[in-house]
Design a protein around this ligand. Sequence first.
Ligand code: ADP
Ligand code: MG
Length: 443
Amino acid sequence: MSNQNNEEFLVQVKNCRQSYPKDNNSDLIVLDDVNLNLKSGEIVGLLGRSGSGKSTLLRIISGLLPPTSGEVLWKGKQLSGPAPGIAMVFQSFALFPWLTVQDNVQLGLEAKGTPRKQQEELAEDAIDLIGLGGYEKAYPKELSGGMRQRVGLARALVVHPDLLLMDEPFSALDVLTAENLRTDLIKLWVEKKLPVQSILIVTHSIEEAVLMCDRLLIFSSNPGKVVHELNVTFPHPRNREDPAFRQLVDRIYTLMTHREKVPPVPDNPASVKSVAEGFTAIPLLPMNLMTGMAETLMAAPYHGKADLPKLAATLQLELDDLLPIGEALQTLNFADMAEGDITLTDLGKQFVDSEIEDRKSIFRQGVIKNVPLIRAIRNVLDERWNHRASAERFRDELEDTMSPDYARQTLSTIIGWARYAEIFDFDEESDQFFLDEDDKTIR
Ligand code: ADP
Ligand code: MG
């Protein structure tokens, strides 16, 4: 019985883990115990934040990257290199500028050793299918961005792959062009004109995922892992304005904005001197973005509460831009995110309504309480006779839990916050944190 079931699956990803060595003998875990199955006849969306490991997982499924552990079965057999039935479409298509559309598409067939004549026919079919008929002899530079994406799509389709992997294929296009290409692709899929059996599309756009997919896998970050699975049963063509559609989008926003756990304030905050003691990743955001968002939320038409998808659309922000800002406000208890809405708390409203000095004071209390890293640095500075401390040690500690690059960005972010709140300052030259006269008087 289970054997029969297994044969239905095109792809089975089993307990896949991917990690990269870091310099200090520890590993950066990008994917942790990922499990997923793909069947023939479905479009599956992989939805996750930027850096969550989506592209890494696609490369593993395509056979380009062997997982650190775990396995991928392709039609029931272990995958051990690029499989002929799998084609991949990337965010930006690597078209060869000196080749015509026809030759760029035919390239997909070179590797297969298809006879020349047949190559030409297949390429013409793929070009027609994707709406580029008449442009066979054109060169990439003569085409718009949207048309170039179509060439990339035709190149993937020309081999009639069983599985089409798409890595954020529309995210480099303007809104209208992306919508057209998406609509055309879904129409071809519904009419069963696409020469593929299954599509796995990676995206960070919730709306795109709900517009296109039969099934959604929601990915967590740090490390990447499938944490939710949803079926989307609306018939095509789907209507974004349909209340059920909106409701599902809101629900996914909720699933993707779960509150980061903030460690409780220890009984004796002054005792915290180590970053590792209760460190949580902070959104890497400059102050003015957080203040700006709080002010926007407070003003008309929101008056303290906004629907996240609508806010994203109005501000022309991507989910990846909007969510970290919401999370930062949430970390400080300035806002709450739930049910696809973001709502300013009383403290958040008070912050917006205050003059600069009071704002600083509210912000200072918020970060001291909720950002353990800032608390730890301040505690160390209070204890030193000269109120100075090298940043090196904190950077090292951070690097135990994150990449050196992320550690550096984290430090520069908290320096911005701490300067604004007059908690401590930083001297680039000596690479030291220090308290200036104003900082010292404030606790
Ligand atoms: P996504 O596609 O979801 O944005 P990626 O799969 O591109 O995420 O990357 C996930 C994480 O893995 C990132 O933190 C990235 O820096 C890291 N990463 C990817 N490839 C490598 C590599 N070859 N060496 C080290 N780290 C890597
Ligand atoms: Mg990616």
